[in-house]
Design a protein around this ligand. Sequence first.
Ligand code: PGA
Length: 259
Amino acid sequence: MSKKAPLVAGNWKMHATLAEGRALVSAIVTAAPGLGNARMVVIPPFTALSEAAKLTVGTAVGLGGQNIHWEDKGAFTGEISGPMLRDAGCDYVVIGHSERRQYFSETDATVHKKVGAALRHGLTPILCVGESLEEREAGKTIDRIGAQLDVGLGETGRGDAERIVFAYEPVWAIGTGRTAAPAQAEEVHAFIRGKLEEKYGKPTAACAIILYGGSVKPANAYILYLERDIDGFLVGGASLEADSFVGIASEALRASKEE
Ligand code: PGA
């Protein structure tokens, strides 16, 4: 059975000047028509969003922010709101990335508020979940992911849940060069889909997009994408070079056509 078309999102984190960003987005936009119905999304730092929007508007390449505050405006120094992200041209926003949880004290409860804000402003949340190495070694992976989903989604209704993209990113695989084995990733992806089925029913779960993230590169994208419940990737390091980012999308597309 062939799979749905892949979604490949590139989280640049705290990288790229305007000139670097423009060059990277231009190269990705140029490559996009050769990638069939694979969808690529670039997620630059806030400073580069509006420049990136000028290059992606009207193309198949989507644009996302790396964070969102739950309020629309106010005295929240250093934060960015949903209306600002929309104004800058974003369609997506990453929420609850493990680096935000680890270094900026984000919790499942704040993640939930951010998901609500994104949905309210017509942004597609990319809701990140993942366990630490300690949690994995203690056999707590599934419990941890389950709790992140339960609290992160809260009372989100089915219609809204259908607009969320999920990303499973084991913390121990992010930026470490250590990728989860395809079967390890698939186990968690299947759990996430099962959880969505429990909450929202089979059709919603079947259509949900669940990305894998953690040291994804062109060399491992094909084999990961062959797994039934992996619908695309959230890429960090390898999204900073057009060749490797586009290479990942192209490998995922190739795997999506396997019978
Ligand atoms: P990585 O980062 O691809 O550099 O491991 C993934 C992420 O943090 O989204």
